[in-house]
Design a protein. Structure first.
Length: 317
């Protein structure tokens, strides 16, 4: 069994904790995921469009302008030409599995355009002082190297820094989840101790911020989709709520998180990648490495093309 030595990304941490064997297939054996999820594709296109809007104008758009602005990023993301895919995917691009969502493709696009339109008309975005957007970082502690990309670092009205992260996930997180998120803790540590890579004229320039964020914001993009009908006191056209969900990190929390991450990285480097069973909550049967996992169980080539049957999935459900 091969070992993983890094660099570590927050997505690696979550993938390993969810299912070490799926992480092994993806990061050690470089088995490509079997499909791309439509929500992931949409989120990538929105990230790209939001970053470009802030850098180009940061002025309100009409719905038609938002539609035309977003469409270019959408079509390029479908082709895998978005920055996130180019940075993290070197294998042949998997197909998008449109049947993985409970809405039509056109409806998903309409929702994404609504999100982008309403984003460009929120006062907190129009007046935002964005210090860095889609900024990559490097960080080392306990002899482990970490890398990642922060969506935004903003300067608030008090002159302090805030870390903003845009999410297109369907369900908003609980406060407990936000307060314990490894991703936000790692990013906060990187702001204090890491180096940020800023595009210069000829090459990347390294800068250091040297301070923790005063506040961390999960920006729930789906709250910018207006209701189509009356619902629990909301009228058609009302937005679903404030997209800004806040959390913070104390120095004590971050110190203890570094110890947790050291232990997780030690496990990842040890070469132990057990399968996560359905009964432990790790396997939901919709893993993008499900075919390779089932092939491995039956001593078949990992890339064997199979049609999953009810019998194949009996142990998972």
């Amino acid at each position: 069994m091969h070992k993983f030595t890094g660099p570590f990304h927050q997505s690696d941490i979550y993938k390993y904790l969810t299912c070490p064997f799926s992480f092994y297939l993806h990061k050690i054996l470089n088995i490509p995921e079997s499909y791309r999820h439509p929500n992931t594709v949409t989120g990538s296109a929105l990230h790209w469009a939001i970053d470009s809007w802030h850098s180009q104008q940061q002025s309100p758009l009409t719905h038609l302008q938002a539609h035309d602005f977003f469409q270019d990023f959408w079509h390029k993301t479908l082709q895998g030409l978005d920055p996130m895919t180019l940075a993290h995917n070197s294998a042949p691009l998997p197909q998008i599995k449109w049947e993985a969502i409970d809405q039509q493709q056109n409806d998903l696009i309409d929702d994404a355009v609504s999100v982008f339109f309403n984003y460009t008309n929120q006062e907190h975005n129009l007046s935002a002082r964005v210090l860095h957007s889609e900024i990559t970082f490097g960080l080392v502690f306990y002899n482990n190297q970490f890398e990642g990309t922060m969506d935004q670092i903003r300067i608030n009205d008090s002159g302090n820094l805030e870390l903003w992260d845009f999410k297109f996930s369907k369900v908003a997180p609980s406060q407990v989840y936000l307060d314990r998120s490894f991703q936000f803790s790692l990013y906060a540590i990187a702001m204090k101790e890491g180096a940020l890579y800023v595009p210069g004229q000829d090459a990347l320039e390294l800068i250091q911020i040297g301070e923790y964020p005063e506040k961390i914001v999960w920006y729930h993009l789906r709250n910018l989709i207006p209701y189509k009908r009356s619902y629990k006191g909301f009228q058609p056209g009302d937005l679903r709520g404030d997209p800004r969900i806040h959390t913070t990190r104390s120095e004590t929390q971050l110190k203890n998180t570094k110890k947790d991450l050291r232990k997780i990285c030690t496990m990842m480097k040890s070469g132990h990648f057990p399968r996560s069973g359905r009964d432990t909550g790790g396997c939901n049967g919709f893993c993008r490495h499900l075919d390779a996992c089932m092939n491995h169980l039956e001593n078949l080539p990992l890339d064997y093309q199979r049609q999953a049957t009810v019998a194949d999935l009996a142990d998972l459900f």
